[in-house]
Ligand binder design. Structure first.
Ligand SMILES: NC(=O)c1ccc[n+]([C@@H]2O[C@H](COP(=O)([O-])OP(=O)(O)OC[C@H]3O[C@@H](n4cnc5c(N)ncnc54)[C@H](OP(=O)(O)O)[C@@H]3O)[C@@H](O)[C@H]2O)c1
Length: 248
């Protein structure tokens, strides 16, 4: 199911380090050992949110494309789909940052640096590893396409609901509509579907580790976010889960 890696010393050390990063990222954020300071948890001074987010989502678009140039001109359908899927994600996020989100804060410079580096590394490695693909499209590959599309749409839809909250007034409000009625961060759940879909398309160990990193980080972030709402809004609905309605 996973394309075998070429286990050189360099690869082994890299995968061990990235694996540790993937496993511990959520803990580092949740226990404030290396907190990601943006959005609700942002800083008074720092990189303006929209500018910072455009850079951190658009830079991977360039990296992904540059690393795909050697194989794309003679690329197979699978290679084009994997490349297109990664591009779809980062381009969609860039467009949302530019035209949909209504930001109110700043990104701490250290957080900004970490995210720029991580996204460029993740997108770039997936693109580079796409030199080698599965032999033929299988059921998991089609499932990956489905998860990716559902994830992107659900993620966008809930971002739109968040943006609607600031149509009349700035500041923070209790989100309404869609899966927000049942969970605090449904947009994170849909983002996870995207990364699971990307793994099923790419089928490399690295992409699985990226999914694990996102799973840990967004889980921690959703727990912190629910705690934040409950502290700030005494009437925050008790039954709302963290990410997945009725389940978690
Ligand atoms: N793959 C990953 O590990 C990862 C990690 C983080 C994010 N992401 C992606 O980025 C997306 C956004 O993440 P995020 O953590 O920035 O989401 P977020 O904190 O929910 O913020 C999204 C947007 O909605 C606004 N907003 C949030 N809650 C609001 C409220 N209660 N009232 C009014 N406006 C509100 C935010 O404004 P402010 O900026 O003013 O708070 C921001 O513009 C995710 O859905 C996901 O697609 C991915």
């Amino acid at each position: 199911m996973i394309i075998p890696s070429n286990w050189t010393l360099f690869n082994t050390v890299f995968y061990i380090l990235f694996g540790l990063f993937a496993i511990f990222l959520g803990f580092l954020d949740y226990f404030e050992l290396l907190p990601m300071r943006y959005s609700k948890f942002g800083t008074k001074k720092g990189v303006p949110a929209r500018l910072g987010m455009v850079i951190l989502y658009f830079f991977p678009v360039l990296v992904v494309t540059i690393l795909a140039l050697p194989y794309l001109p003679t690329g197979t359908t699978i290679q084009w789909i994997v490349y297109g899927a990664v591009m779809l994600h980062f381009c969609k996020r860039t467009l949302e940052v530019l035209f949909l989100h209504k930001y109110s804060g700043n990104i701490q410079p250290l957080t900004f640096g970490i995210i720029v580096f991580s996204y460029a590394l993740m997108g770039g490695m997936i693109s580079w590893l796409n030199n080698e693909t599965i032999a033929a499209m299988d059921a998991l590959f089609y499932l990956g396409i489905g998860l990716l599309l559902v994830g992107e749409f659900g993620n966008f839809y809930h971002h739109k609901l968040l943006a609607n909250l600031r149509k009349k007034e700035s500041g923070y409000h209790i989100p309404k509509g869609g899966w927000f009625e049942y969970a605090t961060c449904p947009h994170y759940f849909f983002e996870l579907l995207v990364w699971l879909g990307l793994f099923l398309l790419s089928r490399h160990l690295f992409t699985l580790l990226v999914f694990i990193a996102m799973l840990g980080y967004l889980t921690a972030r959703s727990i912190k976010t629910r705690q934040w709402y409950r502290t700030r809004f005494p009437d925050y609905p008790e039954q709302r889960k963290y990410m997945i309605p009725y389940i978690f």
